[in-house]
Design a protein around this ligand. Sequence first.
Ligand code: NAD
Length: 510
Amino acid sequence: MADIKRRRKSTLKKKEKIGKKVVISKVRKEKEWKLLYAKKEREKATEEYKGLCVNCAKRKTCTIEKPEGGIWRCEEYVQEVTVMAKPERKEKKPNLYQNVKKQFDKATKIMGLDPDICKILSMTTNEILVNFPVKMDSGRIEMFTGYRVQHNNVLGPYKGGLRFHPSVDLNEVRSLATWMTWKSAIIDIPLGGAKGGIQIDPSNYTETEMERITRRFTFALGNNIGPDYDIPAPDVNTNAQIMAWILDTYLLTLPPNQRQCGIAVVTGKPIDLGGSLGRDKATGQGIVFSIEEWARDKKFNLKGCTYFVQGFGNVGSWTARLMKPHGSKLTAVEDVSGAIYNSKGIDPEELVDYAASHNNLVSGYPKAKSIDHETFMKTNADLFIPSALENQITAKTAPLLNVKLVAEGANGPTNPDGDAILQSEGIDVIPDILCNAGGVIVSYFEWLQNKRNESWDLDEVDIKLHKKIVEAHKRVRDTVKKYETDWRTAAYIVALSRLEKVYKERGIFP
Ligand code: NAD
């Protein structure tokens, strides 16, 4: 009996040995029955078993007495199973478009958007997916998938960046395209919303391969882009050089006598090819103008305040550089290579120089210590400026933040759960569709300069940009008061009201 007990105890322990046959116990302990038997004994049994022991393989021959009534189970049910190795759990990419929908639904309810206009704006207009082959340096062919989603052009030509990143997919591009429509509407420029990209990790390709990939993608898009129809610009992992390749490829598809009119097909071009002064820093400049507006509202002194930045590419690095004249102190920076921290401050210009000679990465910067992601998110500072990717401030990370303001440089850095936590914690948010609109504003200026054959000096660009940001802040601030809502919802209401008005004036064809 003692032997049986010992054996039972050992089989009760759940053992999981990957790939091996093991005995596991599946027990529903009905203690009062104290049914006890072991496999060995059951094998000896000969009488027919009439009980309700549903699990036992030997139930037909089991001689063990069973209690009357109820469902009778072995106290210890043993079963031979093969435990398979658990498949490695791949982190499921959150569906970014759900965030867009939730933000949209909240705003439409509060403002009472016309249900017909709501139907139109809740869908994209065109979704273009192209698979195209490119010859690698080795001579082999690789296939790529590119996207261009055109959300809405009721206010003007489609407009929005191109992203080269492994995470690019239809939902991501849809979301970014939709946000572009809202952005142009908030800042009151005659442009619509679009976004595109290629699902690719550019760090795996040489420069000559990237040039061929970009040109072939442009060719595949064909007349789905154009200076009066859809105008791409830089976004994550794309820059002025990529825009130059797109421009050149696009122009070569036009008849020679039309080529000069085609240079407005992209913005964010190199200056010599028709780019605008101030476009490279425009998004960062707009963020800093937005932070100034917030500081003015809150009577907050930016001099000596602390901030930290996630992403040190175009947006993050320019924002940091442009915060420097305010005397604000950058204490932590995170990019794809890791995070760094220095309580005494990190000089943005020095970090830009360091990154430029280290593959555009910040890790290893000698004047700051390396920290992990959680410590980075917990940085005690006045401002946090996420300028990398989406879904960074979530239910999990929002409680870590210890700041007064989140100024969203990136598109969609805060998901709705994260947003709710920021609101409950009393952390102010300048939403992406307002905060990072400087990029599309100066893209619009570049497009205008191309159309008019003009080139504006930097002061003119900056003054006009500042005016646009200040006006947009005023519209959103007034809407916050009118609807007693948060800044993101108010920004949506500003955009949706404008689009609703235009749709009602134009009517729906036919
Ligand atoms: P970029 O490619 O120049 O820089 C991206 C930065 O993010 C890099 O420093 C990269 O290392 C970092 N990064 C990437 N993955 C990261 C991760 N998992 N954790 C931390 N850092 C990470 O891109 P960008 O043009 O600066 O764009 C950044 C964000 O700003 C994007 O959301 C983009 O859509 C948005 N945005 C850009 C512009 C623009 O004009 N470029 C305009 C408006 C909005």
